[in-house]
Design a protein around this ligand. Sequence first.
Ligand code: SF4
Ligand code: SF4
Length: 410
Amino acid sequence: MSTLKKNFSYKSFTIFNKLNNKVLLKVDNQFPQHFYPNSIVDYANIIKEIVSGKTKNYPIVSLTVKDYPFCDFRCQDCLVKESREWAKKNINNLVLDIDKYKKILKDISTYSKENGVENVRIEFCGEGNPDLYVYRKEIIKYASQKCNMKIIYVSTGSGLTDDDLTELVLNASFIRISFPGIDHITYNLFSNQKHVKYTYEDSLNTLRKIVSLRKQYNRECDLLIGVRACIREEFSELYEDFIYELDKIGIDCVQLAKVFKYNDNSPTKISTKLKSILKKIADSKYKHLKQVQVPTRYNSSSDDRKLRNNSFNICFSALFNPVLYGDHLIVCTQTDKIIDKQFHYGKLNGKVNEVSQLYNNEVSNEIRKQLPLCCNDCCAVYDNVLLNKIYDILYENKENIDNIKFMMEE
Ligand code: SF4
Ligand code: SF4
């Protein structure tokens, strides 16, 4: 079965003991696009290697890269504005030169390979518009072809040339286009561009080109194409048409997300009317769309990311999914961690073996001991809760660990 079909047809993840077929955990495979092209089984296998002692160090499984903190849009709800302004003042090498950048990626992939991960997932995303980084094509090609990384690319697409699109389609695993608005008027309004250069129609056309290139290069089985947009109460009536338009184009998935602003203690409420629209959208059957992801809890104004309601002991995000921001390696994408240097593992210079040293030294261990104790809310709360459950089960069955198996079911 193709990677794409597999990830979207599996409905649940199970841990069982093969000696007596006893099911130790069964959970929904709710958001396959989240880990794509990996699945929760990949993470479970890595934890198994660590608990059994076969792997000594925690590999970097997924790296989020913030390599271009400048943007052509001025979105009203830009979630990274605060960390971007902080980074401009506090990180010297925000835009890496290409040689150093390549060496850093090479060292990360070598380190992870030595610790059991052949294909590091790398997510190029914005604290700005990654399309505008002058070496974008080169770094994508290098990460994919020389480091065997699995590329996730997230942007508005406003700065992608036809050549960039071709390179992306040839090398990426997942391309996700962000929509600041969901029709012509709201796109202009919320992207807040100085002189509107890139419109809603342009963005739909970029998606059409990506879909057509995917077909041309025979990548329909494994290249996932998605869209992300914010949920805004005042434009409730526009969402159904927006989703219908995207389905017609032939993309695979859509994520409709609430706006989570840093330090915002009173996020906007979602009305009953919008809740029912979102539910209808998520439950509908589409010609092409395999999944429309909406917030899991309709009864709260925001998904609950508070740690007091979702407790876990180990922050697997800090262990498996760090952030490379310029040349700084940071524990996670949460704004309060980016803007506080005590949560930066340190700087990378592109020297051989430096990731291994930086990731496993006393300073990094001390940082991890504070996590999640010092966190009030968590950007990866559901992943962390699930990975901790997997860890606990494996640890409880340590003596018998070879008989513990994982399975995805349709
Ligand atoms: S496109 Fe993204 S980074 Fe740029 S202003 Fe909008 S939200 Fe912020
Ligand atoms: S917010 Fe805290 S617990 Fe959550 S991923 Fe970041 S460091 Fe880990």
